[in-house]
Design a protein around this ligand. Structure first.
Ligand SMILES: N[C@@H](CCC(=O)N[C@@H](CS)C(=O)NCC(=O)O)C(=O)O
Length: 231
């Protein structure tokens, strides 16, 4: 009997976005896939409304696989690893128990979007506020934006990034002794932090990003995804 054909896998990819990580993961897994491209509105940076036909929030990434539609990067990555990974990119899930290796891997899988990204999003919103406010209010908005960043966002980000720098003391990658999908999850917030100039003074995080960007699958994902301002 011929083997079952692989279900068709499609990535709904928004330019300069988190979905770049999904392309990278699939390249690492070496699974065939199709990319449907969406472009952000250059003014608002929002995704086109057509993405809402796939999921009510209209965010990217979304993948469709064998008639199923899945949103949320972490879920997509966990699902694709469960389905296609042979143990290179994710420690096995043991029913009824949580091994130390799996716990560490899951920690970074969740931390990336749950703890680090919200701080970076706050930084992005606060730093854009003055430019996007009416001219008359700009001076005031600028003051509020600066104060918010200074009092809360910047110290929080420093604390996170200092912590992450020490986490790489024991090894080159976050999820364990070798490269894993947890490093793919961590790449996007660290690339975003780099855009704010927060990475270059941290040698281990800088080296992490350089190593990630040199991976052949990362480079192939860039070719599939099109221009990516974060790398
Ligand atoms: N936590 C979600 C976040 C999804 C998300 O906000 N995606 C952004 C791209 S980085 C987006 O679609 N932005 C366009 C918009 O909000 O219209 C995930 O990781 O999938």
């Amino acid at each position: 009997m011929p083997p079952d054909p692989l279900p068709e896998l499609t990535v709904h990819h928004l330019n300069n976005s988190r979905s770049q990580r999904v392309l990278w993961l699939i390249e690492e897994l070496d699974v065939p896939y199709t990319v449907v491209h969406y472009q952000r509105d250059p003014k608002t940076m929002l995704a086109p409304r057509t993405l809402r036909t796939l999921h009510p929030l209209g965010k990217s990434p979304v993948v469709t696989i064998g008639g199923k539609t899945i949103a949320e990067t972490g879920l997509i990555i966990e699902y694709l690893c469960g389905r296609y990974d042979d143990g290179r990119l994710s420690p096995p899930a043991e029913p009824g128990s949580l091994t130390e290796e799996r716990e560490r891997w899951l920690y970074w899988m969740h931390y990336a979007e749950g703890s680090l990204m919200p701080m970076l999003l706050l930084k992005l919103v606060f730093s854009r506020m003055p430019r996007q406010s009416p001219r008359l209010l700009r001076f005031l908005v600028n003051m509020i934006s600066k104060q918010g960043q200074q009092d809360f966002i910047d110290p929080q980000l420093e604390q996170h990034l200092d912590y992450l720098e020490t986490c790489l003391d024991q090894g080159a990658w976050f999820g364990g002794s070798g490269f894993s999908a947890a490093d793919i999850m961590m790449s996007f917030p660290l690339e975003a932090a780099d855009r704010f100039g927060l990475i270059s003074k941290r040698t281990k995080l800088s080296a992490f990003l350089a190593r990630a960007h040199q991976r052949p699958a990362y480079r192939r994902a860039l070719e599939r995804g099109g221009p990516y301002a974060m790398a």
